[in-house]
Ligand binder design. Structure first.
Ligand SMILES: Nc1ncnc2c1ncn2[C@@H]1O[C@H](COP(=O)(O)OP(=O)(O)OP(=O)(O)O)[C@@H](O)[C@H]1O
Ligand SMILES: [Mg+2]
Length: 263
């Protein structure tokens, strides 16, 4: 039976293959993500984790496989169209406008939701003005939600690293996404910043009801937050299950040998 509507997974990623000039970045990876799930992807450096995100968001086009978001085949869509469907992401390396304030970065994040013609925008009335006000109100809501009040008018480039990562999360939220892709949200953070980020990630899933796929090396965070985990190695999914099932899987343990410790 084919699942429909609310029963249907938000993401159906099936038998995806992606290669770069002979390098197999993804080799037959399949996973489904439910509408209330926090799904983590782990694996050693170069395993193909970011490539999976790049396929989901339309940046890379796989040679084989099917990828559906909310029932829609996204492989024929360009990245901006997939973003408009509701897929938002944060990046492994922060991608923000360093010279703009927190509020302005958050308002720019919402641009897919501001739709008015150039004449209306120039004349600055009617729809354009209403859209601008709505964007500002939404940005202020995100400032509250992510506890960014103290920083709201600072240029992002001057902020501590952990706060910049939080602003990037806010920029993704400003798109009012139906799915959030977080690529190493706590990489480089200290313990306090990591704990703050963990709390916000859980709040997004539980209070905003947004399913999340999170790539993360911090095994403690994955164990604490994820409902299910997929481990990848050399482009292949080697184990998928609960965090404890995956952490104790022999193939996962051997994939991490010689890598950083998993605890
Ligand atoms: N645009 C590209 N061109 C060529 N090779 C690429 C490209 N993107 C990724 N690759 C290769 O695909 C493989 C998987 O890379 P990917 O960035 O997905 O790994 P990752 O799991 O995110 O690693 P990390 O933990 O270091 O971020 C690597 O061998 C990488 O060099
Ligand atoms: Mg990566």
């Amino acid at each position: 039976m084919t699942a429909t509507g609310q029963d249907r997974p938000i993401v159906e990623f099936d038998d995806v293959h992606l290669a770069f000039a002979g390098v197999k970045a993804i080799s037959g990876v399949s996973f489904h993500v439910g509408r209330r799930e926090l799904f983590a992807v782990i694996g050693p450096n170069g395993a193909g984790k970011t490539s999976i995100f790049n396929v989901l968001s339309g940046v890379y086009r796989p040679g084989q496989g099917t990828v559906r978001f909310d029932g829609t085949d996204v492989l024929r869509l360009r990245p901006h169209a997939i973003a408009e469907l509701g897929v938002a992401r944060t990046f492994q390396n922060i991608e923000l406008f360093a010279n703009l304030t927190v509020i302005d970065n958050l308002m720019l994040g919402r641009h897919t939701h501001i739709s008015y013609g150039v004449p209306a925008a120039l004349a600055w009335f009617g729809r354009a003005r209403r859209a601008e006000l709505a964007a500002r109100a939404a940005a202020e809501d995100i400032v509250d939600f992510l506890e960014l009040e103290a920083w709201r008018t600072y240029p992002v480039g001057l902020l501590p690293y952990g706060v910049q990562k939080r602003v990037e999360l806010g920029r993704a939220l400003a798109m009012q996404p139906k799915l959030l892709l977080l690529d190493e949200p706590v990489a480089g953070m200290n313990l306090e910043e990591t704990e703050d980020m963990a709390r916000f990630v859980l709040d997004i899933r539980d209070e905003l009801d947004i399913p999340i796929i999170m790539v993360e090396h911090d095994m403690g965070l994955v164990m604490d937050l994820a409902d299910r985990v997929m481990a990848v190695d050399f482009g292949e999914a080697i184990a998928t299950g609960t965090p404890s099932e995956v952490q104790s899987h022999p193939d996962v343990i051997s994939a991490y040998l010689g890598q950083e410790s998993m605890s």
